[in-house]
Design a protein around this ligand. Sequence first.
Ligand SMILES: [Zn+2]
Ligand SMILES: [Zn+2]
Length: 82
Amino acid sequence: MTRDRQPAGECPKCQGLNFFCMHNHFERDDLVIDSWEHRCTDCGHRITRGYRSDDPPEDLEGIDPHVCPWCSRSGAFQPPQS
Ligand SMILES: [Zn+2]
Ligand SMILES: [Zn+2]
């Protein structure tokens, strides 16, 4: 499990700056899960999005699971370059 957390600017709910972007990467056998979370530690505002390698391919079309869907940063985990 890879975890990484970065500041994500201003909370859209309380405008506080304790707002973080978190990325978890998980692999087991041939299942790969990337989950993204934006969370404010002040007011608890939270949004999440997860991508699984066993999701239907059309759900992942045009999506890079290693890029945050909200702030577009790349996660610390990167797939090997081929
Ligand atoms: Zn907040
Ligand atoms: Zn983000």
